[in-house]
Design a binder for this molecule. Structure first.
Ligand code: AMP
Length: 448
């Protein structure tokens, strides 16, 4: 067990960057200075009330993201942090927000607005902020779709200091009037890449245009692609770019395996795998909502403690499932990526990628749901005979190979499937399938 629950450290802690506003170039990348040694929270220039809240939360050491992000955000400047969930990124922006709220303006209109991609994350971030606000009168509200807007309106009318919300609902509340942003000191774009992925760019831009010009903007994103860069360039002022992405992308505490399996036999394999592993808690990732429902229905006939979650479900049902999962009343959660990402449940021992993720980045996010807080976790990926290229792409991204696994009755695919890449004339003799846990010698002939 490592000393700190967080195993990653920032690759670099950058010097102050130049403004990129209206600049055509990419945001400059941080370079040079190595990460400082983890300092205790009392070296971060925090108030006594904050130190007491951190002690009550049993946060003894700042995570690398917090050690790097907090001092810069406390200065009031814009910061762009590349960090994924599970690294303590929520507290990294919540602590400076709580410390910087202007007490004279407290209690009526919000001083901070946090935009998040999903309803689950809105609740999670609100709860984390509430935990860190211990000993203050700060009011924090979560606003998101799928819940009656009326109660959110009346809560807003009673006054709030920090509003956490999904872009759609925030826009709605702005249009109806109860949410007013004139007093905003800080805007946070949390999981910015995800918000852009699911099409929130127009909503985010509309909201940002309604925020006061004199404000702090904090942006957190697991990946910094062109879309995120464009957002940063347009709406941030001289942001400091801080890269906390782990070197190997997937945490070192996660064992990663794959199975080769034909599409039609995936469910059978899933049942066998769950029986073999008997996970403490597991998420089974599927690609579509219908697929999620189907796997859930069939699995519940065989195993107890199975639930599912996806974007077509009523918010009340989603909340209930998440609560039960967090309280370990649900052992196996069948989920789509949208809700799977950002889920913060520390007991997840197994991730099963039942369907190949849409992108390699999604794989990293899915797998990052386990091995949290330095715990050990195992991830499995089901690969059909046609998906060898996708597997290789993932391996290139995480810079390591997944171990091949086998289970009784599922060795046949490796022998049965013909090699796809080489023309018959060039094909060398058929390779023998490797024993379980060992990689085939030639990657392009892994017998998928
Ligand atoms: P996040 O990356 O914000 O989703 O945080 C992941 C988990 O780490 C959450 O359950 C937090 O409550 C927890 N956490 C955040 N900061 C610390 C810390 N300094 N020490 C221990 N746990 C922490």
């Amino acid at each position: 067990m490592p000393d700190s629950p967080f195993t990653e450290s920032p690759k670099t802690l950058p010097p102050k960057q130049e403004s990129r506003e209206n600049s055509a170039s990419s945001p400059p990348r941080a370079e040079g200075a190595p990460a400082p040694p983890a300092a205790g929270f009392n070296q971060l220039d925090l108030s006594d009330v904050m130190l007491s809240a951190l002690a009550a939360a049993a946060y003894h050491e700042p995570s690398p993201v917090q050690a790097g992000f907090i001092p810069r955000a406390l200065t009031g400047g814009d910061v762009l942090g590349q960090a994924r969930t599970g690294t303590g990124k929520t507290a990294a922006f919540a602590i400076p927000i709580l410390e910087r709220i202007d007490q004279a303006k407290r209690g009526r209109r919000p001083s901070a607005l946090v935009l998040v991609p999903t309803r689950e994350l809105a609740v999670q971030v609100r709860d984390e902020i509430a935990k860190l606000a211990l000993g203050r009168k700060t009011r924090c509200l979560a606003v998101y779709g799928g819940k009656p807007i009326r109660s959110q309106i009346s809560q807003l009318e009673r006054g709030s200091d920090i509003v956490v919300g999904t872009p759609g609902r925030v826009l709605d509340l702005l249009a109806r009037g109860p949410l007013q942003l004139e007093q905003l000191q800080c805007v946070v774009l949390d999981e910015a890449d995800r918000m852009l992925d699911i099409g929130f760019r127009p909503d985010i831009e509309k909201i940002l245009r309604r925020c006061p010009k004199e404000r702090q903007t904090l942006l957190l994103s697991a990946t910094i692609d062109k879309g995120v860069e464009r957002l940063a360039r347009r709406y941030m002022v001289k942001p400091e770019i801080m890269d906390f992405s782990p070197l190997t992308k997937a945490a070192e505490t996660i064992e990663q395996h794959y199975f080769t399996v034909e599409e039609m036999r995936k469910f059978e394999l899933l049942v066998k795998l769950l029986k073999r592993e008997s996970p403490e808690q597991a998420i089974v990732f599927c690609r579509t909502k219908r697929g999620t429902d189907r796997v859930h229905r069939k699995l519940s006939q065989k195993i107890k403690g199975v639930e599912c979650i996806h974007g077509d479900m009523q918010q009340g049902a989603r909340d209930r499932v998440m609560r039960a999962f967090r309280e370990s009343k649900v052992r196996i959660l069948v989920a789509t990526d949208v809700v799977g990402r950002g889920i913060d449940v520390t007991n997840i021992s197994h991730i099963i990628n039942y369907d190949m993720p849409q992108s390699s980045d999604d794989y990293v996010h899915r797998v990052g749901r386990t091995g949290r807080m330095g715990r050990e976790g195992v991830a499995y990926l089901f690969v059909t005979p046609e998906q060898g290229t996708e597997l290789t792409r993932i391996e290139m991204l995480i810079n390591s190979q997944l171990n091949r696994d086998e289970i009784e009755g599922f060795q046949a695919v490796a022998q049965a499937a013909p090699p796809q890449q080489a023309p018959i004339d060039d094909a060398p003799p058929e390779p023998k399938p490797p024993p379980p846990g060992q990689r085939p010698r030639r990657r392009h002939r892994r017998g998928l």
